[in-house]
Design a protein around this ligand. Structure first.
Ligand code: PGA
Length: 252
């Protein structure tokens, strides 16, 4: 089976409902002819419903940026997977470095969220990545492998087919400093090896491993040309209609 390609926009804490709707209306028209890759937008929770309505019948899918791993309950300020499915999400980003850093999310908590997401039919995008300091100390592969092992702990090969992994070196996120294509590919290859060790070669070959960290129109082609780079998780450049269109229409 061919590996799927996913280009996802992670809007983070940007866009009001009106701004979000305007952006997807434009994307919808410009990207209607794209058939060979999955396109995903992940707006903030407040815009999910309106974006879902605007995207109805289009080839652009909807994802959330997080979830809380319970169906419902006394969790003030949290959003459940049931609510995300209800509003039309098919994907959810989990373990983004900003959540690990600012909200102290641990690997076991992220693993729990991932299992709950799968139980609800949401496809997780598990984010992993090292700090500049860890890279400087030559520990980047170990750090990332541990995040992969812990994040995927206890799931089976069948469930893994629904999971995508995003390698996002923290030093490249929002900094304008992208990993060199061969630096990215080296880690993507290492991650695929980790997945192979856990689930076997067939699953590893099918797993979509996305790159994230200052993906822009002028570097996407080179990144996507790498053999183990199967997609992009785009932050800043996904907020602008022209740049996200160009990224989705990468030529590798
Ligand atoms: P960036 O963000 O493209 O703005 O670097 C990527 C991400 O954090 O997912």
């Amino acid at each position: 089976m061919a590996r799927k390609i996913i280009i996802a926009g992670n809007w983070k804490m940007h866009k009001t409902v009106d701004e979000a709707t305007e952006l997807v209306e434009q994307l919808k028209q410009a990207l209607a002819d794209v058939k060979d890759r999955e396109i995903l937008v992940c707006p903030p929770f407040t815009a999910l419903s309106a974006v879902a309505a605007a995207l109805d019948g289009s080839n652009i899918q909807l994802g959330a940026q997080n979830l809380y791993p319970a169906d419902e309950g006394a969790y003030t300020g949290e959003i459940s997977p049931r609510m995300l499915v209800d509003v039309g999400c098919s994907y959810v980003i989990l373990g983004h470095s900003e959540r690990r850093q600012h909200f102290r999310e641990s690997d076991p908590f992220i693993n729990h969220k991932l299992k709950v997401a799968l139980d609800h039919g949401l496809k997780p995008i598990l984010c992993v990545g090292e700090t500049l300091e860890q890279r400087g100390e030559g520990r980047h592969k170990t750090v990332v492998s541990m995040q992969v092992y812990r994040g995927l702990h206890g799931i089976d090969a069948e469930a893994m087919k629904e999971v995508a992994i995003a390698y996002e070196p923290i030093w490249a996120i929002g900094t304008g400093q992208t990993a060199r294509p061969e630096q990215a590919d080296e880690l993507h290859w290492a991650i695929r090896n980790n997945v192979e060790g856990l689930f076997g070669e067939d699953v590893a070959q099918e797993t979509c491993i996305m790159y994230g960290g200052s993906v822009k129109p002028d570097n996407v082609d080179e990144l996507m040309a790498q053999p183990d780079v199967d997609g992009a998780l785009v932050g800043g450049a996904s907020l602008n209609v022209e740049s996200f269109i160009r990224i989705v229409k990468f030529q590798a």
